[in-house]
Design a protein around this ligand. Structure first.
Ligand SMILES: Cc1cc2nc3c(=O)[nH]c(=O)nc-3n(C[C@H](O)[C@H](O)[C@H](O)COP(=O)(O)OP(=O)(O)OC[C@H]3O[C@@H](n4cnc5c(N)ncnc54)[C@H](O)[C@@H]3O)c2cc1C
Length: 435
């Protein structure tokens, strides 16, 4: 089907790009590239959370499984994200209810919440050392956002009896985070944060233990979704009964029919020097992960060694800023004036796979399944997505189809206009944030 060589094929990358995560990763020696033909039940393309979860679950179900990754395990968004475990889908339950009605909204909300449990259960079952901490705070940037959160807490309870989320009034924000920036927010005890690359590495180790063969530096150059599924790589062809496409932001390079669905958006993070225990506890007493309610948002948290990891700022050209620290710093210092001038020791960027409506996109092409486009909400949803794909391969696709049946439009504009139109849309939302 997709015959064009993807960017991954042209770019030989053998090391992780610099980031605090790469600097603090658990050892995971390079896995050799595929060399020669191979025949299996399931081939998984992409070694982020989605692909790793799918491969692990497939092997556990008894399928002979191979996973190929163009660079290193967790090289994409899974090894560079904010590490924030944000329960639910990108859409609040109120939007799901309004758009899809009560039954579907209830099922989608339940699925989004189940995703939290799936990650926690993988971490516990495989003893993954990824600094799991509890608690996520959705910070209200406007009074109206806090009122919407009040309705959301009630609705979550009414729809699925969800009680982990509670409202934090403005006066109580200092017990969560030391900033004047918020009008209150919603604290969810079942959310939290992790070291993202170490979670990916932990999943990879668990997958190998379950029998998955992992080949790094092995880009899929083309994928035919017939019977058998055929994946062409530089030094060997893979034949499989079923295929799983888990390339997220880059999926369009391998599968042109999906190109319009995905807008790759680059986002930047920094990590400060380790703060002292006292500074860190004073800054975020709850030790929660924190994400703002604005459309173009700041998100941040502490690491296990008390660094502040902070993501913020908007940049619409694919060219990285000359100095990532200088780019993110003003946003950090606006939220935390008390950190003015703090040493920033790491800065990095990563590509978020964003869909037009910000809902994940699941589906089928011939004998392959795909899941991608979590739109900045993939730390939790990806593990579940991998499991749902295997559930579907085993003959029960009800829950996979719940997401696959969601309406999904491509971004408007041809190859040349798609990005400028997206930028114009984002600027409009950024302007609304400031009003
Ligand atoms: C800076 C940043 C911050 C984020 N913060 C958060 C957050 O705090 N919370 C949250 O919930 N989400 C966050 N996200 C989103 C989240 O990280 C992603 O949704 C999630 O990691 C997607 O996982 P994935 O496995 O689907 O894709 P990826 O992790 O991107 O993995 C896809 C893999 O496929 C490989 N690949 C691509 N093409 C090929 C090919 N042809 N052949 C072989 N391999 C190929 C790539 O090398 C890559 O490793 C963030 C993302 C970024 C970039």
């Amino acid at each position: 089907m997709g015959a064009r060589a993807p960017a991954a094929a042209r770019l030989k990358v053998t090391e992780y790009p610099p980031s605090w995560y790469a600097a603090s990763a658990e050892p995971f020696g390079r896995r050799t590239p595929l060399d020669g033909p191979i025949e299996v039940d399931v081939v998984v393309v992409g070694g982020g959370y989605t692909g790793l979860s799918a491969a692990l679950t497939a092997a556990e179900a008894g399928f002979s499984t191979v996973l190929i990754e163009a660079r290193r395990i967790g090289w994409g968004a899974s090894g560079r994200n904010g590490g924030q475990m944000i329960p639910g889908m990108r859409w609040p339950a109120s939007d799901l209810l309004e758009k899809f009605g009560e039954d579907k909204a209830r099922a989608l909300v339940a699925l989004g919440i189940e995703a939290t449990g799936r990650v926690r259960s993988r971490i516990a079952r495989h003893a993954i050392a990824c600094d799991l901490r509890d608690g996520h705070f959705h910070a209200a940037c406007k009074p109206a956002h806090l009122e919407a959160m009040r309705r959301e807490v009630d609705l979550l309870d009414r729809l699925i009896g969800y009680r982990s989320a509670r409202i934090v009034e403005r006066a109580d924000v200092p017990s969560i985070v030391a900033t004047e920036a918020y009008h209150g927010g919603m604290f969810d005890a079942s959310g939290g944060h992790i070291h993202p690359l170490n979670y990916a590495i932990g999943l990879a180790r668990a997958a190998e233990t379950a029998g998955v063969r992992i080949f790094e530096e092995t880009p899929a150059l083309a994928m035919d979704h017939g019977s058998p599924v055929l994946v062409t790589t530089p030094r060997g062809e893979i034949k499989a009964r079923r295929g799983i496409l888990a390339c997220d932001a880059e999926v369009g390079a391998l599968e042109p029919s999906l190109r319009r669905i995905m807008m790759p958006v680059i986002n930047y993070n920094v990590a400060t020097r380790p703060l002292s225990e006292g500074e860190a506890r004073a800054l975020i007493p709850s030790n929660a992960s924190i994400a703002e309610s604005r459309f173009v948002l700041n998100y941040y948290r502490l690491t296990a060694d008390n660094r502040l990891i902070f993501g913020g700022g908007e940049k619409y050209s694919p060219r990285p800023p000359a100095d990532i620290a200088a780019f993110v710093r003003p946003h950090l210092e606006k939220i935390f004036p008390q950190l003015r001038g703090v040493e920033i020791e790491h800065g990095w960027g990563g590509t978020i796979g964003v869909t037009m409506n910000r809902l994940p996109h699941f589906g089928r092409i011939g004998n392959s399944l795909f899941a991608h486009g979590y739109s900045g909400h993939g730390v939790l949803l990806t593990t579940l997505a991998g499991e749902l794909m295997v559930e579907a391969l085993r003959g029960n696709s009800n829950r996979f189809d719940l997401v696959a049946d969601l309406p999904m439009r491509g971004f408007p504009g041809g190859a040349l206009l798609r990005h400028p139109l997206y930028v114009a849309g984002m600027m409009w939302y950024a302007l609304r944030d400031r009003l």
